[in-house]
Design a protein around this ligand. Structure first.
Ligand SMILES: [Zn+2]
Length: 703
């Protein structure tokens, strides 16, 4: 049977009526059956824009699918854009609730009358809802779903919210998404500063973004703009005169596309990526000071150029009061192969002399010494271990302050031997220096005093920041912290830290006259040159060397890292009041000490002087001035143990030897002779042997 319809409108009406009749219930219920598309859209993350502590852009990180997308609020989008996009895409946007029924009817009529698809009748809300759907064919089913989603969205979100999301997501060709990225890419401007001519060009693109993109097909883009302007004049949004002016007289200020996109220029060099990689948590505003970071980077690069056979450097600068990292330079040669990308701030390297302050701090805490205590710098040997000094000289008896500030090796090794390796390991661990190779079972030996173990720049700087802030560890962070997050477990008393700081401030820090506590270090074979420096405000760690461990003959902490550290501190205090250290007289006490030894004086001490000491902490007594007490006599033979009788014998003959001459021998309290060389001990008995020389005696009991 054939039906003849006389008017195309009646075909559309019939179709619509049929559609509505069949699906009216579904249509009403549809928005309730779908999820809010904004939730799915929110999962499509935009570019991450990393900013520094002052809000300046550090790096624009592309989306996971390498798109450029910079969402901006509606007030940061030029009103021209809003005006043109509404006129071009959805003139009744503010009047419909997701679906423009008049447009749907018009589209049905157009499409049916011409028997092909001319108009999609998609509103801005429907287009936005479509972006939440996975890619698929643009058929009637998808259209229906988009409409349902758009209606759902309109129920839950304001028109402004929908328009903002739409403008921030529409494609503008290639990997450019959203009006802000498009404005910056095509015009080198933020979306807020687009004029009508530019807005008209951009708002025409989303229809066929890759076909119309002006950097490749300027003619097509301009033709499309002509159509958009015509549409605007037809809808009364623009006068004919203005449209003509834009088309024929106003120059189009497109960016020079031979250069990289404007937003890539803000991208960080590789050296900043280490800092970004170290960020924990979701924030993109980090504590780095962009200006300072790049100035320090330039400074390290300039210094590295002066060093022979040294290819890289690193630095970490921290604000002691908050623990916020201001500068994080993990490398100077990020793009170098094969190890440019290695982050030295986190890499474990030989620490050289940089750990000595913690050994001295432990010795001060244990009452072994104070700043003025004289300690010995002279050759020493423990088994095969015989450390010398960096300059190959020994200085004899020097104050602890001199020994530490001049980084003398033998006093530090003597202190380590005195305190015990275990105690030093525990001290390091307490200072947060467990990042080395202490995990192994074997003890590292006394050489741990000279930093033969490995630690990272991060960990050592962290330990110095603890000294700088009076013994309380400062948790380092690359994201701004709320106050009161500091752990309170103290490593050393404030007074001990201040005394160490005083010792480390004994030698001038460069030529600038800044009062900075500092310590350099050079690893074995000149592979690493370190300098750690701090004031109550900042702690800085600087490293120079080769990442592959190649040695550099002239590299040392003092020649490479110290000058760089001085320059960095001069930069930090250029417009600031000089560092203000805590008042020693309030934290330390003046005590009368032996002028010879710098220890608690005894009756024998001839001269005394007033020196700083740790309040309430007893200090070891002077042993230098008092006559040395005689050491006890020792029996060298026989050794105290069980001896077996030779077969058939009732006694055993053993050699008698003491460590002195003129010895009287006693067995079970009974004298057996003087200066004996051997004696026959009776069998099956436990006896006590004693040897006596003048008024001193020692005893051994062979069992
Ligand atoms: Zn004395």
């Amino acid at each position: 049977m054939k039906i003849r319809l006389k008017h195309p409108l009646s075909i559309a009406s019939a179709s619509l009526a049929a559609l509505f009749a069949a699906g009216i219930a579904v249509w009403v219920a549809a928005p309730y059956a779908v999820d809010d598309p904004m939730t799915a859209l929110a999962r499509q993350t935009p570019c991450r824009v990393w900013t520094d502590r002052n809000g300046r852009v550090l790096w624009n990180e592309r989306t996971y699918d390498a798109r450029w997308c910079f969402p901006v609020p509606l007030e940061k989008i030029s009103p021209h854009v809003v005006r043109v996009i509404l006129a071009a895409e959805d003139a009744s946007f503010y009047r419909h609730a997701g679906v423009d029924y008049a447009a749907v009817c018009r589209a049905l009529w157009q499409n049916l009358s011409s028997a092909r698809r001319i108009s999609g009748a998609s509103t801005i809300s429907m287009q936005l809802a479509g972006m939440a759907l996975p890619p698929g064919p643009h058929d009637l089913k998808r259209k229906f779903l988009q409409a349902a989603l758009a209606r759902k969205m309109e129920k839950l979100h304001s028109k402004e919210e929908i328009l903002t999301q739409y403008l921030n997501r529409i494609p503008f060709g290639g990997k450019i998404c959203g009006i802000e990225a498009a404005a910056r890419y095509y015009f080198g401007l933020p979306a807020a500063r687009l004029n009508l001519a530019e807005a008209a060009l951009l708002c025409g693109l989303p229809q066929k973004p890759n076909y119309l993109r002006p950097d490749r097909h300027l003619g097509r883009a301009k033709e499309r703009r002509r159509i958009v302007l015509k549409l605007l004049t037809r809808r009364g949004k623009l006068t004919q005169e203005e449209a003509r002016r834009i088309l024929y007289r106003e120059p189009l200020r497109l960016r020079d596309f031979r250069y990289r996109p404007a937003f890539e220029d803000a991208a960080s060099p590789g050296e900043l990526r280490h800092a970004l990689a170290a960020v924990k948590g979701g924030g993109t505003r980090i504590t780095i000071d962009r200006e300072l970071h790049f100035r320090v980077l330039a400074l390290l690069r300039a210094r590295q150029q002066l060093l022979k056979e040294v290819s890289s450097g690193a630095a970490l600068l921290v604000d002691n009061r908050t623990g916020e990292v201001l500068v994080y330079i993990g490398t100077l040669d990020f793009s170098a192969k094969p190890d440019g990308e290695v982050d030295v701030v986190r890499a474990v390297r030989s620490a050289g002399s940089t750990l000595k302050p913690f050994i001295y701090a432990e010795a001060i805490s244990g009452g072994l010494l104070v700043n003025a205590t004289k300690i010995l710098d002279a050759p020493l040997r423990y088994g095969n271990y015989a450390p010398g000094n960096y300059d190959g000289r020994f200085h004899g008896r020097v104050t602890a302050g001199f020994a530490l500030s001049h980084s003398l090796n033998t006093p530090a090794v003597r202190l380590t031997a005195k305190l015990g390796e275990e105690r030093i390991c525990e001290t390091f661990r307490r200072a947060g220096l467990a990042g080395g190779r202490f995990g192994r079972k074997q003890s590292p030996g006394l050489s741990l005093a000279l930093g033969t173990e490995g630690y990272s720049l991060w960990d050592i700087t962290h330990a110095y920041a603890m000294l700088a802030s009076g013994g309380v560890p400062v948790a380092f962070s690359l994201t701004p912290k709320s106050k009161g997050e500091r752990p309170v477990r103290r490593c050393f008393p404030e007074s001990v830290c201040l005394m160490i700081s005083t010792m480390l401030r004994e030698r001038p820090f460069g030529h600038g006259g800044l009062d900075v506590a500092w310590k350099t270090g050079t690893s074995n074979n000149n592979c690493d040159g370190w300098c750690f420096a701090y004031t109550p405000d900042y702690t800085l760690g600087v490293w120079f060397g080769n990442k592959n461990g190649r040695r550099a003959a002239d590299l040392s902490g003092a020649s490479a890292a110290l000058p760089a550290a001085c320059e960095i501190f001069e930069l930090l205090y250029r417009d600031k009041t000089p560092p203000r250290w805590p008042d020693e007289t309030k934290i330390l006490e003046l005590r009368e000490l032996c002028a010879e030894s710098g220890l608690t004086p005894g009756a024998f001490c001839p001269r005394r002087s007033r020196q700083t000491a740790i309040p309430g902490l007893p200090l070891a007594a002077c042993t230098v001035c008092a006559p040395a007490p005689r050491r006890g006599l020792r029996i060298l033979s026989p050794a105290p143990k069980q001896y077996l009788l030779p077969p058939g014998k009732s006694a055993v003959r053993l050699q008698l030897r003491a460590d002195r001459r003129n010895v009287l021998w006693f067995l079970d309290g009974r004298p057996i002779g003087a200066d004996l060389t051997e004696y026959e001990f009776p069998g099956n008995a436990c006896c006590t042997l004693r040897a006596v020389e003048r008024e001193t005696d020692g005893s051994r009991a062979p069992e």
